[in-house]
Design a protein around this ligand. Structure first.
Ligand code: SF4
Ligand code: SF4
Length: 142
């Protein structure tokens, strides 16, 4: 049994090291990879995820001591550019379609069905979603 535990610990070490390396990503990398090349969409996710980032003069700016936690970088939708980054490491992938006839979602209505289930079961209080409207941003619906 002890041998098995030691083996498991050994297998875990590289994963821990990789995670701690990833955590050291700072605002500088976000600036270098996304903001300076001009591919920032000003979505505000980085500013929303860190008290030391604000949006000023049309770009995210660091206004406090960066702790190099990497959160802003991984929150940024523009840093996910590889296939692995888009879907992450996965064990299984499924294609699905809602079984509720009234639901005609863009991609089979799966998200709508899951949200309805979560609302019905009291798992969530509300869901913020968008709809498409010509020449207007989508309404927020509950
Ligand atoms: S989230 Fe804030 S503290 Fe963390 S890396 Fe980005 S700027 Fe630095
Ligand atoms: S999260 Fe990325 S795309 Fe969004 S404002 Fe920050 S740098 Fe720009």
């Amino acid at each position: 049994m002890q041998t098995k535990v030691r083996c498991a610990e050994k297998k875990c070490n590289p994963v821990k090291r990789n995670l701690s390396e990833k955590e050291k990503i700072s605002f500088g990398k976000l600036k270098r990879d996304i903001i300076k090349p001009g591919i920032c969409t000003l979505c505000g996710a980085c500013a929303a995820s860190c008290e030391y980032i604000t949006i000023e003069d049309g770009a995210p700016k660091l206004v406090g001591p960066c702790k190099a936690c990497g959160v802003c970088y991984y929150q940024c939708p523009r840093t996910i550019t590889t296939e692995e980054g888009l879907i992450g490491c996965l064990r299984y992938a499924y294609a699905a379609r809602s079984a509720i006839p009234e639901i005609k979602g863009q991609d089979g209505g799966v998200v709508t069905s899951l949200l309805l289930y979560a609302l019905d079961e009291g798992l969530i209080d509300c869901a913020v979603v968008t709809i498409r409207q010509k020449n207007k941003p989508g309404n927020l619906c509950q």
